[in-house]
Design a protein around this ligand. Structure first.
Ligand SMILES: [Zn+2]
Length: 200
């Protein structure tokens, strides 16, 4: 269950001495406040929404929303709004998402770097995850590395989802037939993503 909602946060209030309450006529008894709401998911502020302006008369307790403010109030409110930004933490979710995206990107980049190294210097025991066509995934294992080539054995099973690879990657599933491929071919298979992941 995703718990979400919105919350209003008080930003700033002022008490301009010149404002006349349209309801009771009191001068300088009106408090002008600016607020900003934000959406939260699991109480993490995700993104700020609109700014809200409210005038409140301390004398007659009348509350006036922005659209009903007198011109004088609107002017004071515009000034208040321009000089008071909302708290930056209301953007927490946005920062969090950017941070996660950055982490995922860096992680993907480092994995690619590591895999490029594995392809250039294969090692006995490396497992290649293979994309063999539409919904056909399997694995191959390196059993010997020579100067310009390597010996691999293929998995006798396939899965229709890449997530099922770990289920078939067991010792007894590898065929006894040994194939020799050149390092150039290996690099080609990796570059065209037939080998799409390497486990070492
Ligand atoms: Zn009043």
């Amino acid at each position: 269950m995703i718990i979400y909602g919105s919350r209003v946060v008080h930003i700033k209030s002022v008490n301009p001495k010149s404002i006349v309450c349209p309801s009771c006529g009191s001068v300088g008894a009106t408090l002008l406040g600016t607020y900003r709401s934000h959406i939260h998911i699991f109480w993490i502020p995700l993104l700020p929404l609109n700014r809200i302006g409210v005038a409140h008369c301390a004398n007659c307790k009348t509350e006036i929303r922005k659209r009903n403010m007198t011109d004088e109030m609107k002017k004071e409110y515009q000034y208040l709004k321009s000089e008071s930004r909302g708290p930056i933490w209301q953007f927490s979710g946005v920062f969090l998402i950017l941070l996660i995206a950055l982490f995922v990107n860096i992680n993907a980049y480092l994995t690619k770097q590591k895999e490029a190294e594995y392809i250039n210097n294969p090692s006995v025991g490396d497992i290649y995850e293979l994309n063999m066509g539409y919904k056909r995934y399997s694995t191959a294992k390196v059993i010997e590395v020579k100067k310009d080539s390597l010996c691999i054995v293929y998995n006798i099973y396939e899965t229709n989802m890449s997530s099922g690879i770990s289920d078939i990657n067991t010792e007894e599933n590898y065929s006894n037939d040994i194939y020799v491929i050149s390092l150039n071919d290996l690099q080609y298979l990796y570059s065209e993503e037939t080998i799409y992941r390497i486990i070492r």
